[in-house]
Design a protein around this ligand. Structure first.
Ligand code: PLP
Length: 340
């Protein structure tokens, strides 16, 4: 075994593990799951993934509980979303059973990389689906590769659960209303790199994207959904170009459980001045509270978390969701699958 991993010091990055799993779709059907110890994949130079962006991925985590058990959170939602992404860019869909078997196999084969309970780290699972068949004309591939690798990760933002700073971008969009914003495909990420870089160079952790038609409504915060709290209401944007976050869907349910009203509707950027708490949500950070949103073009800075800490509802939602993921809070909605 290589150097011992310092679990508490892990960031959100790639680290080699022992194995990954792969499966090919050929001649109209999925083959057998294969186990590999190589970090490389052989790929045809004319594969559609390389030229025309036929590529979709997922991100979920395995959590080690105090009881030593390994838990997955709503993995079937990731499976369904990957199918939706596949339909969105005309790729072969990965059957839910195959998705399940692949992630469980990848976790078990790399069990020694699952961070211990209490370290703040977890095992990130990355399913990937690519067009591997060769084409030169613009058309969907006939062959696909589905694979899953895992890697131990720590907090996504160096701030952890402390408030981050966000800046509004208006000169680049990550997705268009009838484009691919609702699918988890690499092309959206490529489109977001320019805006993200500019924002990060200015000292902000993430860009805030607005709707690309009117630049009036809030879409997403980098690769995370946006939510706000006001008058005991959880408000999150409804838009045709945002990715449906499983974390957001879960926070909506938890908010309802706590007697908090929920609104899913277009959220105008001008409303920011009326919000009590704002945050970004996604698997990587669960919730990252936002302390400042700088609308640089308009010269307006919106400030939240005036005492430097997340607001009470964000904190409660965060603690509840994380508590369920680690098996410390009752799983009323059957979100957890124990890996055995
Ligand atoms: C993955 C992703 C999210 C977060 O989704 P979760 O299911 O909560 O992890 C949000 N926005 C974008 C653009 C994403 O790709």
């Amino acid at each position: 075994m290589e150097n011992k991993i310092e679990w508490e010091k892990l960031g959100f990055g790639y680290r080699k593990t022992d194995y990954n799993v792969r499966c090919y779709y050929r001649d109209g059907k999925w083959g057998e799951l294969e186990v590999s110890s190589s970090e490389n994949i052989p790929i045809h130079m004319a594969a559609t993934a390389l030229h025309y962006g036929q590529q979709a991925f997922e991100g979920l985590k395995a959590y080690r509980g105090k009881d030593g058990k390994i838990r997955l959170f709503r993995w079937n939602e990731n499976a369904k979303r990957m199918q939706n992404s596949a339909r969105g860019i005309l790729m072969a869909e990965v059957p839910v059973d195959l998705f399940h078997d692949a992630i469980v196999k990848a976790i078990k084969l790399n069990e020694r990389f699952i961070p211990p309970y209490g370290t703040g780290s977890s095992l990130y699972i990355r399913p990937l689906l690519i067009g591997s068949g060769a084409e030169v004309g613009v058309r969907p591939a006939k062959e696909y590769l589905f694979m899953v690798f895992v890697t131990p990760v720590g907090p996504y933002f160096k701030e952890g659960f402390n408030p981050t700073k966000v800046a509004v971008v208006r000169d680049s969009d990550r997705a268009a209303p009838f484009g691919t914003g609702t699918f988890k495909v690499g092309g959206n990420y490529a489109a977001s790199l320019r805006g993200g870089k500019k924002i990060q160079e200015g000292g902000y952790s993430s860009p805030m994207y607005l709707d690309c038609c009117e630049k009036k409504y809030i879409d997403e915060i980098g690769a995370a959904n946006f939510f706000a709290i006001k008058d005991n209401t959880y408000i999150t944007p409804k838009s045709p170009s945002i990715l449906p976050s499983i974390t957001n869907m879960s926070l909506i349910q938890l908010a309802e459980d706590l007697g908090i009203k929920v609104e899913r509707r277009p959220v105008s950027i001008e409303e920011l001045s009326t919000f009590e708490e704002v945050g970004a949500c996604g698997t990587a950070a669960v919730i990252s509270p936002i302390g400042e949103i700088n609308d640089i073009d308009k010269g307006i800075v919106y400030k939240f978390c005036k005492d430097g800490k997340a607001g009470p509802i964000s904190l409660k939602l965060y603690e509840t969701l994380v508590g369920i993921q680690y098996g410390e809070i009752a799983d009323k909605h059957n979100w957890i699958t124990i890996v055995e």
